[in-house]
Design a protein around this ligand. Structure first.
Ligand code: ATP
Length: 152
């Protein structure tokens, strides 16, 4: 492997999306900001926000995958993403993401109505947090689809 390349692996509990593919750059949305990692980068580990992870292939092509949070480990010769879930652009079902968004919005609205009446229980609060996470994931998938389409 040349010093202008490193390897990228993106996996989630239910799939190995990319395994040790040679790339020349990787960009992601860390919880502390967007970043680009190049071969030889100093080691670091951070949480990922839901959204786009991009990489540049050896041939210079810009590619994107969608991740729904997780962790990324950057080492000088290797980047590993342990995603909560991840998809290639063509794998994302837009209707499913829209349905997930609507379900989450309904749950959030209900929780806010209960909160306004002072009736929100601890379990409603937990449900609200889960709905917010689902909403973030669904919106990240929809935004990803839009961005992918606009690049083609
Ligand atoms: P949903 O409520 O639709 O299941 P979710 O955000 O809860 O959405 P995840 O838990 O992030 O789903 O993912 C579960 C599995 O379903 C993963 O394999 C993920 O890649 C896949 N997945 C989730 N949403 C979509 C989608 N809109 N299109 C294609 N695959 C999806």
């Amino acid at each position: 492997m040349s010093d202008k390349q490193f390897k990228l692996t993106v996996v989630s509990p239910d799939k190995n999306l990319l395994v040790d593919i040679p790339v020349s750059a990787v960009g992601a949305r860390g919880t502390e900001g967007d970043f680009t990692a190049m071969p030889g980068h100093i080691p670091f580990l951070t949480d990922l926000k839901p959204g786009e992870l991009w990489y540049r292939t050896n041939e210079g092509a810009h590619k994107m995958v969608s991740v729904s949070g997780g962790f990324i480990e950057v080492l000088p010769q290797k980047v590993t993403v342990l995603a909560d879930s991840c998809e290639l652009p063509g794998e994302i079902d837009e209707e499913r993401a829209n349905r997930a968004k609507q379900r989450a919005e309904i749950k959030i609205k209900r929780a806010h109505e209960l909160a306004a009446k002072g009736l929100l229980t601890t379990s409603d609060e937990a449900e609200l947090r889960r709905a917010e996470i689902k909403l973030n994931r669904a919106m990240a998938r929809l935004k990803f689809i839009d961005k992918y389409r606009s690049r083609r």
